[in-house]
Design a binder for this molecule. Sequence first.
Ligand SMILES: [Ca+2]
Ligand SMILES: [Ca+2]
Ligand SMILES: [Ca+2]
Length: 313
Amino acid sequence: MKVSSLRSAVVGAALLALSAGPAFADVEPNNYLYQAEGPIGASVSGSISTSNDQDWYVLYVASQAQLQFKVVRLSGSCSIDAFLRNDFGASVRSLTVASSKVESTATYTTPAGTNRFFLQIAPEYSGCQGQGYRVEFGPTTAVVPGAAMPVAQPFNPEPNETSAQSAGPLQADVTYRSTIDTSNDVDYFWFYADGAFSLETTGEDTCDVEVDLYEADGADAGDWLRGTTAELNEVHTVSVTPSGFTKYYLRLSEACVGAAARFRLSPASAIKQEPPPPPPPLVTPPTNPAPAVAPATPGSVRLKAKRRSIVVR
Ligand SMILES: [Ca+2]
Ligand SMILES: [Ca+2]
Ligand SMILES: [Ca+2]
């Protein structure tokens, strides 16, 4: 086979690999990490439909794959930025389809294990609505099935300004959503844990929500343990290993009015709804046991009664 023929065959096979698999389409709203659409497969098409539109997608990638991602311009003439982001929302690869180009490609070796990633598509400048695009991942086997972004459960039972007013117990594997409703609103929640657990947070607003974890101490909030934030387009994780069965308080504060935080505890094996049952009472053997006495018979009881009556006379 000639080199040119071989090159054509290789290019053709690569294009086939990139374009295979089910195609997904841009469904709004998908403008932030917490709204990420999907999980998508190896291909997705969409458009930057307004001057500040962004499109976020969630996808799962196979272990240590030699991933290639290509962005193709379908319409428009503005630059298009694309970011491949890891499970925390941090960019691991980015590319730009410049206004003079039709497509651009980047490569990335995925980490060990199946991992959640995000794809963010954005116009390089505002005022570039009408940019159509298609993103293709290859090899197609590198993009695997996974869970959609969780639907948040609103949980904002006011007043919950102190640990004594805290709402709970929080359950594992539920994504809660709480809002800071006034300029000095504080939201307290509580839960039990008796094993290693993680707290995951993300935000819905450019104004970050302060998230603090306390180890309960009686009626007080107790000792501050760890702190993080709930930030837009970022996923923060706090890992804690309790020394034993422990009550915790979660405190949300210091954000703009209307800022919303999402938080989630896991795993279910560590997050408890009730304290453990009290231990059974200790049964201690007597230190000086009385000598064994033969059980009385009905006949001997009658005899004793008879003798007593004789003494009284
Ligand atoms: Ca869009
Ligand atoms: Ca969008
Ligand atoms: Ca509150």
